[in-house]
Design a protein around this ligand. Structure first.
Ligand SMILES: [Mn+2]
Length: 314
């Protein structure tokens, strides 16, 4: 029997770094008596996360396949809880603990350890747990945890940002010895928005989540410093890719949210009348040439998904 620490599918920096941060905590403090928990990922790193692991010269968690999980293995979920965001191969009965900052959609048959906090990142929660155990991350881990906080809160600009995130960020800056926080933030945001090496299909699948809103809705978010360029030059090919992904994933609706992370604005790419109906009900406005400007929003979790859910359930 092994114990795995696993983030959500299509992991972002917070999901990946959380597995390493939690293993650091559990290797230094005997919290719940796990035997050698193993941090893993079940999908490849996105470009931002890959950039960060190269920058800090540290190996990412091992990439495992669903068949690598044995039925008696126990699993700790980080940065997600909903069944639709779990890695294939994870069954509910294997879950022994969850540490997360997303809305809860859970129905398990067994008692578990659970830490849910409405803070901006899972790494914020894990740093808090470290402090409770008088533990300080090493410089490299602190750098990655800071990157995760900055990435999830879009440099403390997202509506999900709390004072706790700023406080934890300030402590991590010191431990990580990051001299210029603004420069580090911009570096991460640029790495996040570098889609130059991605195909259109990869862009649509780069950072998506599938939600069960009565209808199944896939929301991909592209956080970028080049919103205008993408909507001008890539919209036509992205629409084709969206059609493909909608079919492949068998979802009822698909949205690509193109978020301008410097100017704080999101525009949705609208595939068909189905999506247009949902989006107009959710946000109002006018769809112009397959694009709906939903204004100064950045957070999928707090500002984009909830109105879409209400529109779907109405
Ligand atoms: Mn997160």
């Amino acid at each position: 029997m092994k114990t795995y620490i696993i983030g959500h599918t299509k992991p972002d920096t917070d999901a990946v770094v959380s597995t390493l941060a939690l293993v650091y905590l559990y290797n230094h403090a005997d919290c719940y008596g796990y035997q050698d928990p193993i941090p893993v990922i079940t999908d490849p790193l996105n470009p931002e996360t890959q950039y960060l692991f190269e920058k800090f010269s540290i190996a990412p968690p091992t990439l495992i396949k669903p068949e690598d999980l044995a039925s008696d293995d126990q699993i700790i979920l980080v940065d997600h809880n909903e069944p639709s965001q779990r890695a294939h191969g994870v069954t509910s009965s294997q879950i022994v603990e969850i540490i997360d900052h997303h809305k809860i959609n859970l129905n398990l048959d067994q008692p578990i350890f659970a830490t849910f906090k409405a803070w901006g990142s899972t790494c914020t929660i894990i740093f808090h747990l470290m402090k409770e155990n008088s533990l300080v991350p090493d410089q490299t881990l602190a750098s990655l945890m800071l990157a995760a906080v900055l990435s999830d809160t879009v440099g403390f600009k997202s509506a999900t940002t709390t004072q706790k995130d700023r406080d934890v960020g300030e402590e991590l800056v010191k431990i990580a010895q990051i001299a210029d926080l603004d420069a580090f933030t911009l570096e991460i945001l640029k790495a996040k928005s570098d889609v130059s090496k991605l195909t259109d299909l990869e862009i649509v699948k780069n950072d998506y989540k599938i939600f069960d809103f009565g209808k199944s809705v896939l929301i991909d978010q592209l956080e970028t410093v080049e919103q205008e360029y993408i909507l001008t030059h890539k919209k036509a090919s992205l629409l084709k890719a969206m059609e493909q992904v909608k079919k492949d994933e068998g979802v009822d609706a698909i949205f690509v949210a193109v978020s301008d992370i410097l100017n704080v604005n999101t525009k949705l790419i609208i595939l068909s009348e189905v999506e247009e109906g949902i989006a107009l009900k959710a946000f109002g406005g006018t769809v112009i040439d397959h694009v709906l400007d939903i204004g100064p929003k950045l957070s999928r979790k707090k500002e984009i998904a909830p109105p879409i859910e209400r529109a779907c359930r109405d």
